[in-house]
Design a protein. Structure first.
Length: 253
C-alpha cells in the first residue's frame, strides 16, 4: 500500500518525494484499490488550507483558495487532461485526428470552455450549497472532492481498452486492473459518502456511477478506448457531478 501511495504522490502531485520504488507500473496498477484513499490524503492537505482560511476570511473565499491550492498541488494535472479531452473529442474529426489533437500542446476553444465551465460550476454550486450545509458537511465536501474524482477514474479501468499508438503512454499503466481492486475503491468511496452525507451520499454515489458510465460510453463511441487525457478528464467531471448531485439532493441532507 505504501509504495502505491508514494507512487501516486510522485506521479499526480508536485510534492517532491525522492524515494525509488521497484516495479512502479505494477504497483500503480495493483494499488488502484487505494486510489480513493490517495484522494482522501490529498483532501486532508486541502482541508488544512480550507480550515485556516475559513477562520481568517469566509467559507466562500476559502473554497476558491482551495481550488487554487489544488492547482499548485497537482500542477493542474487533471484540468490539463480535461482541456485536451474537450479539444479532441469535440473536434468533429475522425478518431485518429482526435487523438492527435489531444497530444497537441496548444489549447483550443473547446479546451478553454471546458476549464471555464468547470470553475463556474465548482464555485457557484458551492456558494449555492453553503446555506444548506452544516459546518461538518462543508468540511466533507473539501475532504471528499478528490476521493470522488479518483474514484471516477478507477471505474474507467474496468476492462479498459487503450486508444493510442504509443505503447508507453500513461493510460497503458492501468490496463488489466483487477475488478476486485476497482470494487474495493468503490466501497471506500461509498462508505465515505454515507458517513458524511447519509442517504444523500448514497444518492450522490449512484448519480456519480451513472455519469461516469455515460462518459465511458461517450469516449468509447468517439475513439474506441482511453488514453491519459480521457482518463484524467474524468476526475474534474466527477467532481462537478458530485457538487451538482449534492445540490439536487439537498433536501435529503
Amino acid at each position: 500500500m505504501i509504495d502505491s501511495l508514494l507512487l501516486y504522490f510522485q506521479f499526480f502531485t508536485r510534492i517532491p518525494i525522492p524515494v525509488p520504488i521497484d516495479e512502479p507500473e505494477e504497483k500503480m496498477r495493483s494499488g488502484v484499490r487505494f486510489f480513493s484513499l490517495f484522494g482522501l490524503l490529498l483532501g486532508l492537505l486541502e482541508l488544512l488550507i480550507y480550515y485556516v482560511l475559513h477562520q481568517m476570511l469566509n467559507p466562500g473565499i476559502a473554497w476558491i483558495m482551495v481550488l487554487f491550492f489544488d492547482v499548485l498541488l497537482t500542477g493542474g494535472f487533471h484540468l490539463d487532461a480535461l482541456s485536451d479531452m474537450a479539444d479532441g473529442l469535440f473536434s468533429s474529426r475522425k478518431p485518429e485526428r482526435m487523438l492527435e489533437i489531444m497530444k497537441d500542446s496548444r489549447v483550443g476553444s473547446n479546451g478553454v470552455l471546458a476549464i471555464v465551465f468547470y470553475y463556474l460550476f465548482m464555485i457557484f454550486t458551492f456558494y449555492t450549497l453553503l446555506p444548506q450545509l452544516a459546518v461538518l458537511q462543508r468540511v466533507a465536501v473539501v475532504l471528499l472532492l478528490n476521493v470522488v474524482g479518483k474514484n471516477g477514474i478507477s471505474v474507467l479501468f474496468y476492462h479498459m481498452n487503450y486508444a493510442g499508438k504509443n505503447p508507453e503512454g500513461v493510460g497503458t499503466t492501468f490496463l488489466n486492473v483487477k475488478p476486485v481492486d476497482i470494487g474495493i475503491c468503490q466501497l471506500f468511496t461509498l462508505s465515505m459518502l454515507l458517513l458524511f452525507f447519509g442517504r444523500a451520499g448514497a444518492g450522490c454515489f449512484a448519480i456519480h456511477l451513472v455519469s461516469v458510465l455515460g462518459y465511458r460510453q461517450l469516449v468509447m463511441n468517439k475513439i474506441g478506448g482511453f488514453n491519459g487525457d480521457t482518463l484524467g478528464a474524468c476526475s474534474p467531471i466527477a467532481q462537478v457531478v458530485f457538487l451538482l448531485s449534492l445540490l439536487g439532493l439537498r433536501g435529503w441532507l
